[in-house]
Ligand binder design. Structure first.
Ligand SMILES: [Fe+2]
Length: 499
């Protein structure tokens, strides 16, 4: 008899569900993809039904990704009375009531979910695990030691000191949306001077770092932002300089954390998790410090914690086969059709196979373009309604990565490296000539590998521009119907299957 365990993230933001059957991940998806509401906190019934179908039966156990009562206690402490006293909507789980067997439920701690999602999907059997986010129940920064199946917390820091909350506060300070637009601040940083306000920001917000402790202490509680900080800095260039300086301070503090993690946990391997693990520049610092022995599960934020919840409960590794775990659009990968469209128009959408579990499209819900030439970036940014300074990521045949880029690269766009030919490929290189490279090999995604191989044969270029199939502020395309709607709305062909 199969053992079916579900992990659930619902009620805060980025709802998601994961189903693990006999130690295999059979389904994992974000609620927003079905509801079409960005960062939806409600888990839609459609997503639950998809999980049910993929599992073959109702779950035996449901594991919630954080301790609800502990979180409510912190919310009350923080004065968030309305949030603390509102019950999360769990109506989406109603279909399970008709289950033929008794379903039990439990919960694990927020940071435990993060740590487990990273460690138990990693290729390591010993590792240091660094978790940095805004806030769970109380914890904001934890360090863990993974040894065999054992995962032990060796350092913990709590609210209100939070590197993530500070980064979100700075995001809001420059007019962006906190808890959502942090990646835009990261991109904006390339337009500013990182040294202009680095010292001021550090001194205004942080207490001095302790060379013998990972502890990060702040001079104020940043939970409600810092909108009044330095009101005289109010021009667009000021904002770019604040973004650049914020990122520089973040890297400085993150470097300290990596060093302290190395001191605390004797291991050659590092796992990074929590929303902060989406900061590609900081990840690259860790990559260097650990000689490349770094694993970041490609959905390191709270949405990935539905997976972590099950793994924290099971206390066991799963074989990581890739992030393609969501809604399935069946059919062969549309290689020939995509090449034809790329040659004719330079741009094509692909919605095929299982949707990516994570914030980045990695070939199955992607908008793909010819990366050569000067006008590609503007064209794709116009289609996607994005800010024009923002670059796109390249995906490249793994064997050519070193020839085109200098620095760390991997299959999930988690690091930055220097583009060796930024003038030839301005659409995939940032203003500082860096790129977030996605490498592709045959095992990881045979369809994408064929697409890039054929593209290379036709053009001599082993690389394509890859961005998510959505427009700014919208969830990615999920189903065939979404694909059709997207094609009709934005005038770019979206392919859902090959011949
Ligand atoms: Fe978190």
């Amino acid at each position: 008899m199969s053992k079916i365990i579900w992990g659930i993230n619902v009620g805060t933001h980025d709802s998601s569900i994961t189903s693990i059957v006999d130690n295999e991940i059979v389904f994992a998806a974000h609620g927003e993809r079905s509801s079409r509401i960005k960062n939806d906190k409600i888990l839609p019934e459609t997503t639950v039904r998809q999980a049910l179908r993929a599992s073959g039966n109702a779950p035996d156990k449901i594991v919630f990704y954080e301790r609800d009562w502990l979180k409510r206690a912190r919310q009350l402490y923080a004065g968030q009375y309305r949030t603390a006293l509102t019950k999360p909507r769990v109506s989406s789980l109603v279909p399970l009531v008709s289950s033929p067997h008794w379903i039990t439920s439990t919960s694990v701690a927020h940071h435990h979910s993060h740590a487990a999602a990273g460690y138990y999907t990693s290729p390591y059997r010993d590792a240091a695990v660094l978790v940095v986010d805004s806030i769970g129940e109380w914890e904001t920064l934890t360090i863990w030691k993974g040894e065999g199946r054992n995962l032990k917390r060796v350092f913990s820091q709590g609210y209100p000191n939070s590197l993530g909350l500070w980064y979100s506060a700075m995001t809001q300070r420059i007019g962006l949306k906190p808890n959502e637009d942090e990646y835009i601040l990261m991109g904006w940083a390339a337009l500013g001077d990182p040294n202009k306000y680095k010292t001021k920001i550090f001194n205004d917000f942080f207490k001095p770092l302790n060379p013998n402790s990972p502890k990060i202490q702040f001079k104020q509680n940043l939970h409600r932002g810092c909108k009044d900080w330095a009101p005289e800095l109010d021009t667009i260039q000021d904002y770019a300089d604040i973004a650049a300086s914020t990122q520089a301070v973040y890297e400085h503090v993150f470097t300290h954390l990596v060093k302290q993690t190395k001191k605390l946990v004797d291991s050659d391997n590092l796992v990074i998790m929590g929303g902060c693990a989406l900061n590609c520049v900081a990840n690259s610092i860790a990559h260097k410090a650990y000689n490349g022995n770094v694993w970041i599960m490609p959905n390191p934020g709270d949405a990935g914690s539905s997976l972590g919840a099950v793994l924290a409960y099971n206390k066991d590794f799963v074989e990581w086969k890739g992030p393609y775990l969501g809604y399935n659009i069946p059919g062969t990968y549309p290689v020939a059709k995509a090449i034809t469209e790329l040659k004719a128009t330079g741009l094509v959408g692909i919605a095929n196979g299982k949707a990516e579990f994570g914030p980045r499209a990695l070939g199955n819900r992607s908008l793909i373009a010819d990366p050569r030439g000067a006008d590609v970036k503007d064209r794709v940014n116009t289609v996607k309604r994005r800010q024009e300074f923002r670059p796109f990521a390249p995906m490249i045949l793994e064997e050519y990565a070193d020839e085109y880029f200098d620095g760390p690269a991997g299959p999930y766009m988690q690091y930055t490296s220097k583009c060796r030919f930024p003038d030839k490929f301005p659409a995939i290189a940032h203003l500082d000539n860096t790129s977030r490279v996605q490498t592709v090999n045959k095992e990881q995604h045979p369809g994408l590998y064929r697409l890039l191989t054929e593209w290379m044969k036709e053009t001599g270029c082993p690389m394509l521009l890859n961005t998510s199939l959505n427009i700014k502020g919208e969830p990615m395309v999920d189903t065939e119907a979404d694909a059709q709607r997207w094609q009709d709305a934005y005038g770019v062909k979206v392919l859902t299957k090959g011949n």
